[in-house]
Design a protein around this ligand. Structure first.
Ligand code: GDP
Length: 529
C-alpha cells in the first residue's frame, strides 16, 4: 500500500478522564469491537490506588516488562487505530501532557454521576490550547446520574467546550432504556439480559412512529421526542470541520461496562476523527505525506526487569516511513542511529516490525541516547516543538546518602530525568541539586528506583519553593536584568537544558519580582516564543 493510503487509514488518539470514570473499561470495549482481544479483563488498569508507592512500583514493574498499556493498536473497518495510554493519576499529569503531544485527537470520558472532575478540566485545557479535536463520552448511564441537559451545560461551562450531542439517552439508571443515535438516526435498546453482547440497533427513521412507543413505552417515547426537539433547537448541527479545528465537540452517552453506546461512539469516531496531523518544527511545518521519515520521542519507559536494563523510547512517526535497520539522524546528538528491532504494538502485545507509518508509534530500544522531546530525521536539521516542561509543584534538595556510590547516583538521576520522572535544577550559587515533581509520590519513586536500579542512595532536604519560572529577559544586557540576577542570585538555577530558572519561594515574592523587573518575563512553562 502507498504511504498516502496508510496515512489515510490511521487514527491515533488518547482517552482522558478523571480516575474511575471508566477509561480502562472503555479501552477494553473498543479493543473487543476491533477483535483485538477476546474477553474482558485483558486490559490492565494503570491505576494507582490510594496513591501508594508500592502499588505504583507493582504496576511499573508489570508495565516495564510487558509495556502492556502504553500503546494499544487495533483495526476496525479497515482503519488502524492507535490508543495511547494516559495516566489518570494527577501525580503523573506531566506524563499525560507529553502523551497528548503525540495524539491526533482525544476522547474524554465523564462519569454521569460525578460530572466534570478536576483532572479532566486540566487535561482538556491542554487539548484546547493545542486545538486537539475532542469527542466526549458520558459513561455509566446504567447508574443514576445528572440530567443529560445539566451535564451538557456543565461540560460547556467547566471545560469551555462547544458541544453537540450525537447520541441521547432514553432514561437513566434504573429506567435506562437505551440510546437514540442522533448521528445515524436509530435506536439501540438496553436489555438487561443481553448486556454484555454487541447488539444490532433498531432503525427508526421517523421519531413520531408508533414503533418507538412500542419499544420504550409511550411516556419514555414522548419524553425522548421532547428532549430531541430541544437538542435540535439548542445545539449546533454537527460540522466536521469545526470538530477538526477543535471548535465543536460531539458528545455520546453510554455505559462502557455494559458495552452500550460504545459502538455508536466507535463508528462515529472512525468516520470523523482526524488522520495523522502535520506538526510544527523548529524550521517548518512537517506534513505526514512527506517521503522523508521524521518523528519524535514523547515517552521513555525504563525496563524494571534488572536482567534487561535497556529502556524503550516511544517515537511518534510524523512523516514518511520508518524502516528497520536504516540509519536515522538523532538531531540533538548529531549521531546516526540504526534500530534492528523496533517494536510496534498490537492490542496488548508488542512485536518487531519492518515498516511503520505516520500516526504509528514505534518502541526503540535505547541504552541512554534518548530523552523526551528528541527528534529523529533522515538527515534534516530540525527539531519538533511542543514538549514543554511545566513548573513542578513540589521541590526538594537531593543529597547523596552513600558517598561510595556518587557515580551511580549521578547516572541514575540523569536517566530518570531523561525519562521525565521529575525535573532537575542546579542552583547557580553552589551547584546543589534540586528535584522538582508534579506530585509528592514521585520523590518516593525516585528514591526507590535509584536504589533498586542504580544501587545508589539518596536523601531529601526540605526546600521552600512555590514555583519554578523560566527566565526570559527582553534584553540580556540590560541593567534591570543584571540587577535581577544579582538580587535573586540565591534563587537562580539552571534546568537540564541549561535554561535559567528562578525558584520563587512564595506567590507574594513572585508577584513583587514581576513588578520590580517588568522587562524580565517569568514563564511557568519551559517553551515560549
Ligand atoms: P479508569 O480509572 O477511568 O480507568 O476507570 P475504570 O475503567 O477502571 O472503571 C472504574 C470503575 O467503574 C470500575 O469498577 C468499572 O467496573 C466501573 N465502570 C466502568 N464503566 C461503567 C459503567 O458503564 N457502569 C457502571 N455501573 N460502572 C462502570
Amino acid at each position: 500500500m502507498s504511504l498516502l493510503t496508510e496515512i489515510d487509514r490511521r487514527k491515533t488518539f488518547g482517552i482522558i478522564s478523571h480516575p474511575d470514570a471508566g477509561k480502562t473499561t472503555l479501552t477494553e470495549k473498543l479493543l473487543l469491537f476491533g477483535g483485538a482481544i477476546q474477553e474482558a479483563g485483558a486490559v490492565k488498569s494503570n491505576k494507582i490506588k490510594k496513591g501508594a508507592t508500592s502499588d505504583f512500583m507493582e504496576i511499573e514493574r508489570q508495565r516495564g516488562i510487558s509495556v502492556a498499556t502504553s500503546v494499544l493498536a487495533f483495526e476496525y473497518q479497515g482503519i488502524k487505530i492507535n490508543i495511547l495510554d494516559t495516566p489518570g493519576h494527577k501525580d503523573f499529569a506531566e506524563d499525560t501532557f507529553r502523551t497528548l503531544t503525540a495524539v491526533d485527537s482525544v476522547i474524554v470520558v465523564i462519569d454521569v454521576a460525578k460530572g466534570v472532575e478536576e483532572q479532566t478540566e486540566k487535561l482538556v485545557e491542554v487539548c484546547r490550547m493545542r486545538n486537539i479535536p475532542i469527542i466526549v463520552f458520558v459513561n455509566k448511564l446504567d447508574r443514576e446520574g445528572k440530567d443529560a441537559f445539566d451535564l451538557l451545560d456543565e461540560i460547556e461551562q467547566k471545560l469551555h467546550l462547544r458541544v453537540t450531542p450525537l447520541s441521547f439517552p432514553i432514561g437513566m439508571g434504573y429506567d435506562f432504556k437505551g440510546i437514540y443515535n442522533i448521528w445515524e438516526k436509530n435506536v439501540n435498546l438496553f436489555e438487561g439480559s443481553k448486556r454484555q453482547e454487541i447488539e444490532d440497533s433498531i432503525h427508526i427513521e421517523n421519531l413520531e412512529s408508533e414503533e418507538l412507543d412500542q419499544l420504550v413505552g409511550s411516556d419514555a417515547a414522548d419524553q425522548l421526542r421532547e428532549e430531541l426537539e430541544l437538542v435540535y433547537e439548542v445545539y449546533p448541527n454537527f460540522d466536521r470541520e469545526a470538530y477538526l479545528e477543535g471548535a465543536l465537540q460531539p458528545v455520546f452517552f453510554g455505559s462502557a461496562l455494559n458495552n452500550f453506546g460504545v459502538r455508536e461512539l466507535l463508528d462515529c469516531f472512525v468516520e470523523i476523527a482526524p488522520k495523522p496531523r502535520p506538526k510544527e518544527s523548529s524550521t517548518r511545518l512537517v506534513k505526514p505525506e512527506e517521503e522523508d521519515f521524521s518523528g519524535f520521542v514523547f515517552k521513555i519507559h525504563a525496563n524494571m526487569d534488572p536482567k534487561h536494563r535497556d529502556r524503550l523510547a516511544f517515537v511518534k512517526i510524523v512523516s514518511g516511513t520508518f524502516e528497520r535497520n536504516t540509519p536515522y539522524l538523532h538531531v540533538r546528538n548529531q549521531k546516526k542511529l540504526k534500530f534492528s528491532s523496533p517494536n510496534a504494538f498490537f492490542a496488548e502485545k508488542k512485536q518487531i516490525v519492518d515498516v511503520s507509518y505516520p500516526g504509528d508509534i514505534v518502541g526503540l530500544h535505547d541504552t541512554g541516547n534518548f530523552k523526551i522531546g528528541d527528534t529523529l530525521t533522515e538527515g534534516e536539521q530540525m527539531e519538533f516543538k511542543g514538549i514543554p516542561s511545566f513548573s513542578p509543584e513540589h521541590f526538594k534538595y537531593i543529597n547523596n546518602a552513600d558517598p561510595m556510590k556518587s557515580k551511580q547516583l549521578e547516572k541514575g538521576i540523569d536517566q530518570l530525568m531523561d525519562e521525565g520522572v521529575a525535573q532537575l535544577f542546579r542552583l547557580e550559587l553552589n551547584g546543589r541539586k534540586v528535584i522538582g515533581t508534579v506530585g509528592a509520590l514521585q520523590f518516593e519513586v525516585i528514591q526507590y528506583r535509584l536504589e533498586h536500579e542504580y544501587g545508589a542512595k539518596c536523601s531529601y532536604e526540605q526546600l521552600n519553593v512555590h514555583k519554578a519560572c523560566w527566565v526570559d529577559p527582553e534584553d540580556a544586557n540590560s541593567e534591570e536584568f543584571k540587577e535581577f540576577k544579582r538580587v535573586k542570585s540565591k534563587f537562580l538555577a539552571k534546568d537540564k537544558q541549561g535554561q535559567l530558572v528562578y525558584l520563587a519561594d512564595s506567590a507574594f515574592t513572585l508577584q513583587m519580582t514581576q513588578q520590580k523587573y517588568p522587562s524580565v518575563k517569568l514563564h511557568f512553562v519551559s517553551e515560549f516564543d
